[in-house]
Design a protein around this ligand. Structure first.
Ligand code: ZN
Length: 335
């Protein structure tokens, strides 16, 4: 280790402990105090919650049944506790001047921009009844030193929320009905090495009874053309009968390998993981007069042009896949 590195290491440690001291100054501070729930405990929210959770206990939804229980009426599921303190979608995490907001801002500014909830502990003293209004205090209970986790480096922040039923008459004591301890990790994710997308295999050849002889030819490094034995018409791709005379009798001739680009397109999209984008797909007219679709290799996609002379070759993509392709036999125009 050089002197410079050592100095930086010491400075780094000092900076970390100074930062931790700033964070820990928030410990024990009230983030919220006497905040009142947006809605009193009510049947629609209970019903939606029970439906979403699949909880069919009728004491939550059936008033007639609930009256026969020792609760004497509908109660809210105890585990719904946090629902009553939620701030709504549009209101943000907390008031901008709240200590918890300031604490989180400080942590985010230091580069710990990601967040994940890690622990939730709740205690319930009794179920809430319809019409009761919850109010709550939230305390910043603890901030951890910098920790290295599987997700990244960061600080755990634990808040403790005490929930009460608001007294019906002013001056009456608040009744504690539950506590909610929540721990989050504010962290900087580990840098990930850029991952090369796994090369997917190219689509397989679709072999059927009509084209089996064509692919057998490819395996033998031959580009076969079908020939009608009645009228002599050549055809490619392979098919069951002659388009000229309808004869089902045929044999094959081997293409000599010369051809001309009749037409071509360059594929930019969609991005198939099996192909190097962009790539050229050409309709090559063989010197024998039939045309075949294939890739043009050995030349940039934008150097392919109509009328370009090309020669047959066979490209093996993997152990199972060999296909015909064509390579230009003339220098490209740009050259
Ligand atoms: Zn024919």
């Amino acid at each position: 280790m050089t002197d410079t590195q050592e100095t930086e290491g010491v400075q780094d440690t000092e900076a970390k402990s100074a930062f931790l001291a700033r964070l820990r100054a928030f410990e024990g501070r009230h983030a919220e105090s006497g905040r009142v729930a947006l809605d009193p405990v009510n049947a629609p929210m209970i019903r939606h919650w029970a439906e979403a959770m699949g909880d069919t206990n009728p004491v939550y939804t059936d008033a007639a049944f609930a009256e026969t229980t020792h609760f004497g009426g509908i109660v809210a599921p105890a585990t719904m506790l946090q629902v009553w303190t939620m701030r709504g979608l549009q209101t943000g995490a907390g008031p901008p001047d709240s200590p918890v907001t300031k604490l989180y801002d400080l942590i985010v500014e230091a580069g710990f921009g990601s967040v994940v909830a890690t622990n939730c502990e709740q205690e319930y003293t009794r179920p809430l009844r319809l019409g009761e209004v919850v109010e709550y205090d939230q305390l910043i209970e603890s901030v951890s030193e910098e920790k290295t986790t599987g997700l990244g480096v960061g600080h755990f922040v634990t808040t403790l929320t005490n929930l009460y039923v608001r007294p019906e008459a002013p001056g009456e004591g608040r009744e504690l009905i539950g506590t909610h301890r929540f721990r989050i990790l504010r962290f900087r994710p580990h840098p990930r090495p850029p991952r090369e997308p796994a090369r997917k295999p190219r689509p397989r050849r679709v072999v059927n009874r009509d084209n089996q002889p064509f692919w057998d030819g490819v395996d033998a490094d031959q580009l076969l053309i079908q020939r009608c034995t009645r009228c002599g018409t050549l055809r490619l791709p392979f098919g069951p009968g002659c388009n000229a005379c309808a004869s089902l009798e045929w044999d094959t001739v081997e293409a000599a390998g010369g051809g001309t680009v009749y037409s071509h397109v360059t594929m930019h999209y969609p991005k198939f993981p099996a192909f190097d984008m962009p790539y050229c797909v050409a309709l090559v007219e063989l010197d024998e007069g039939v045309r075949t679709l294939c890739n043009i290799v050995g030349v940039p996609h934008d150097a392919v042009h109509i009328g370009m002379r090309v020669a047959l070759e066979f490209v093996r993509h993997d152990a199972e896949l060999k296909v015909p392709a064509f390579r230009p036999t003339e220098p490209s125009r740009e050259a």
